[in-house]
Design a protein around this ligand. Structure first.
Ligand code: ZN
Length: 240
C-alpha cells in the first residue's frame, strides 16, 4: 500500500505540475526581446490558431494532443520471395494426367541437352536416399530443352530443394508422360504453368539453384501414378 501510495502521489504531483506549467506559461512569455515585434506576435498567434484548427473536431484539450501526434507512417514490408508462393501447379500423378489430356500427341523428341551432357548420378539408390532422376551436368547457362510437345503443369521461380524448376506433361502414344527439370538458373525460365511447349524448345538455363553442388539439371520422368522411373531407357528409345 505504501508503495502504491507513493506512486499515486508522484503521478498526482506530476499532473499538478504539468497543469501548473501549462497554465503558467503564456504564449507571449515564449517570445524573446529580440523577436518581440509585430511579425513575431503574428506568428505566435498563428501557431495558436493552427492548433485550434488542427483540433477542429474535438475540443482543444487532451484530445487535441492525441490528434496532433504525428501518425507513424507504416514502413512498407518488403515482399519476401516466398518459396512456396512461387511454386505453381503440381507434379503429382493427377496433374500429370490432366496436363497430358490437354497436350498434343508427341511426335518428336529431344534430349534436355541435344548437344550432349555429362551424367553424374543416375536413377536409383544413393547415399542420401533414392535418387528419383538423373543428374545431367553442363556448363552454367547452357539452354535446357523440352523433351517433347506438351503443357507446363508446374513451375517455381525459386522453389526449395529443387530450386527453380519446371514440369511438363506430354502425351506419348496416348499415355501420360511427364518430364521434370530442376535447378535452373534464377530468372531463366521461359515458360510458366499452362503454357504449351514444343519438342526442343528452350525452357530455361542450366543453373544450380536449390540443393545442388554444381551446375546441372536433375531430370525426372513420371506418369499418371506419379511414380518416377528411370528416364534413360525412355529417352534413348525416343530421342536417340
Ligand atoms: Zn538429382
Amino acid at each position: 500500500m505504501k508503495y502504491q501510495g507513493t506512486v499515486l502521489g508522484v503521478v498526482a504531483m506530476t499532473f499538478v505540475f504539468g497543469v501548473a506549467v501549462a497554465t503558467s506559461v503564456p504564449a507571449a512569455s515564449l517570445t524573446t526581446p529580440d523577436n518581440f515585434d509585430a511579425d513575431v506576435q503574428i506568428v505566435a498567434g498563428g501557431a495558436q490558431s493552427f492548433d485550434a484548427v488542427e483540433g477542429a473536431g474535438p475540443a482543444v484539450s487532451r484530445d487535441a494532443y492525441t490528434i496532433n501526434t504525428p501518425t507513424p507512417t507504416p514502413t512498407p514490408t518488403p515482399t519476401p520471395k516466398a518459396v512456396t508462393a512461387a511454386s505453381q501447379g503440381g507434379y503429382g500423378g493427377a496433374q500429370c494426367q490432366a496436363g497430358s489430356d490437354a497436350a498434343p500427341e508427341a511426335t518428336a523428341f529431344s534430349w534436355p541437352y541435344p548437344d550432349g551432357f555429362r551424367m553424374s548420378d543416375g536413377f536409383g539408390p544413393r547415399a542420401e536416399g533414392f535418387h528419383k532422376g538423373v543428374d545431367m551436368l553442363n556448363a552454367p547457362g547452357v539452354p535446357v530443352h523440352a523433351i517433347a510437345d506438351g503443357v507446363v503443369i508446374a513451375a517455381s521461380g525459386d522453389g526449395g530443394t529443387g530450386g527453380v524448376y519446371l514440369s511438363i506433361a506430354h502425351k506419348v502414344e496416348g499415355q501420360a508422360v511427364c518430364s521434370m527439370y530442376m535447378h535452373f538458373q534464377t530468372d531463366s525460365l521461359t515458360v510458366g504453368v499452362g503454357d504449351g511447349v514444343t519438342a526442343g524448345q528452350v525452357i530455361g538455363l542450366t543453373g544450380r539453384t536449390g540443393n545442388a553442388t554444381t551446375e546441372h539439371t536433375h531430370f525426372e520422368l513420371y506418369g499418371s501414378d506419379g511414380v518416377r522411373y528411370d528416364p534413360m531407357p525412355f529417352m534413348t528409345a525416343h530421342a536417340g
